[in-house]
Write a protein that binds this ligand. Structure first.
Ligand code: MSP
Length: 504
């Protein structure tokens, strides 16, 4: 049997403006999962990219006086470059303007039509051009406004091709009944299910009014409705991401598709229905996270209250950003973020609790034992906290509990700090009769630090690489994340420290 595979995706981001912290957030979360599954020795594929068609991009281009293609070319690069700056290890970056993507979209959607799920009709209803969303009655705010963008909805009346979403009512209900963890967390599963239970309406498959998109092969005056084109990226990318090799059979269906709660309907209802219509398997899990809020509002390009992730990274490094976002906002829920809260966590947790623990541990081993870690077994007193931690972290990440997993590891960071205080190695060092005890304490600190650092690697990859190197034990596989699983022999000092103090 081959290695287990793991395919994780982010939404593809609209190129109508520059990336902001909200986009960074989803990409970071996906990267944590990708890195963790690589630590398990799995064959991982991680996809992100840009959504370049449809009204959101076309309207933004008009506002800026450029063509949609020019706007896309200018802005896609900023999203592509954001990923590595976040420390994200995506295996491919898809653009929906890629010729291979467009051809595959045409192929799959033609199949949907051949399978009898498309028909011609007239749409009449409310539409949000920013969401590119045909709103149902229950998704409309007072005065016919968009609940996400707070703008007036447009009354659309257009003759085009339809996707027979309503005929997937029963198959979708069955999917949800058979796979209670198809959508995570549970509250989002319930939200999607109640949307289905309220009765599904057919939705546009194509748009006649728009020319910026993938041409409908059987009706070339039209383009496909941008959401179908966009959703299919998750599938099309596999066919051309690797030159000369089709990865579809290896990685489809996706294991985890991460999305913000704003696009739940598309990913938990439209998307599985479309795949069924095309005769393709549906993803294993759609994981829905909340919004990062600033001043209580969702950060977004159109609301103009963004916080620049590039700036944060410049000052503090990408690890600090990754840590802060996943620690401060409980993954799955909405949560406020602020520079003040960021700086506080940076100081108190990263610099003091973890950074100092590392510096002190290395410094003491250098001072008291010339940098050689005593070859003795770790202190049993740490076992209750460390035993099974690796398994708990893996289980929590399998359940998309990214914050809880991090919290669990952090409890052990704090445990080691208490251990230092309780054992007071600087006192033991004064008494030659305590040399054996000091050996145990130093070995335990080095080993404990190594284990938590391996476990923290998905959240703090650059830090983990540096610290594991300083500990002389670079192996960051999950199976190394147990006390005694690897030997730390000699250590080196860390200069500069892991999380240096910054000017306020
Ligand atoms: N292009 C569509 C998605 C198509 S996927 C087939 C789109 N793009 S977007 O640029 O608006 O990005 C939406 C995604 O960015 C959200 O689902 C979420 O993952 C992320 N976020 C954008 N703003 C966010 C916050 N304020 N907080 C958290 N995540 C946010 O929708």
């Amino acid at each position: 049997m081959g290695r287990a595979t793991f395919y994780v995706t982010t939404p593809i981001y609209y190129v109508n403006a520059a990336p902001h912290l909200g986009h960074a957030y989803t990409t970071i979360a996906a990267d944590v999962l990708a890195r963790h599954h690589r630590q398990r020795g799995e064959d991982v594929f991680f996809l992100t990219g840009t959504d370049e068609h449809g009204e959101p991009v076309k309207l933004a281009a008009e506002r800026e006086g450029v063509t949609p293609a020019e706007l896309a070319d200018r802005n896609f690069a900023r999203f592509r470059d954001l990923a590595p700056q976040l420390g994200a290890t995506n295996d491919f970056f898809i653009r929906t303007s890629d010729a291979e993507h467009k051809a595959k979209v045409q192929e799959v959607l033609t199949k949907v039509k051949e399978n009898g799920h498309a028909y011609e009709g007239t749409y009449e209803g409310w539409y949000c051009p920013r969401c590119a969303d045909f709103k149902t009655e229950r998704e409309i705010d007072e005065g016919n406004t968009c609940p996400i963008h707070h703008i007036d909805l447009v009354r659309e009346h257009e003759h085009n091709w339809f996707f027979a979403l309503s005929s997937f009512q029963e198959p979708l209900e069955r999917l949800f009944a058979d796979h209670p963890d198809f959508v995570r967390p549970r509250s989002r599963y319930n939200e999607a299910l109640s949307f289905i239970k309220a009765g599904l309406q057919d939705v546009s498959l194509t748009r006649r009014k728009l020319d910026w998109g993938v041409t409908v092969p059987w009706d070339p005056d039209q383009v496909f409705y941008v959401w179908w084109d966009a959703l299919l990226n998750y599938y099309t990318a596999l066919s051309y991401a690797e030159p000369g090799e089709d990865l579809t059979a290896r990685f489809w269906p996706a294991n985890v598709q991460l999305v913000g709660k704003d696009i739940l309907k598309f990913h938990t209802i439209y998307w599985p229905a479309l795949l069924m219509a095309a005769g393709l398997p549906v993803p294993e899990h759609v994981v829905v996270h909340g919004f990062l809020l600033m001043d209580g509002e969702k950060m977004s390009k159109s609301l103009g209250n963004t916080l620049d992730p590039f700036e944060v990274i410049d000052r503090f490094g990408s690890d600090a950003l990754r840590y802060y976002l996943l620690r401060d906002v409980s993954f799955g829920q909405d949560g406020s973020v602020s520079p003040g809260a960021f700086e506080e966590r940076y100081e108190r947790e990263l610099a003091n609790e973890y950074g100092n623990l590392a510096s002190r541990t290395l410094a003491m081993i250098l001072r008291y034992r010339d940098g050689v870690v005593p070859a003795v077994r770790h202190d049993d007193i740490l076992d209750p906290d460390f035993d099974g931690l690796d398994v708990r972290v893996a289980e929590l990440l399998d359940a998309a509990e990214l914050t809880q997993a991090l919290d669990g590891i952090w409890a052990c960071v704090r445990r080691l700090n208490r251990y230092v205080e309780e054992q007071a190695p600087w006192q033991l060092a004064k008494d030659p009769a305590q040399a054996g005890r000091l050996d145990t304490v130093l070995a335990s600190l080095a080993e404990g630090l190594r284990v938590i650092t391996v476990l923290l690697q998905p959240w703090l990859p650059a830090t983990a690489e540096r610290l594991l190197a300083a500990l002389g034990s670079p192996d960051d596989a999950l199976e190394a994340a147990r006390l005694g699983a690897r030997r730390v022999s000699t250590v080196q000092a860390l200069d500069p420290p892991l999380f240096p103090k910054r000017e306020a």
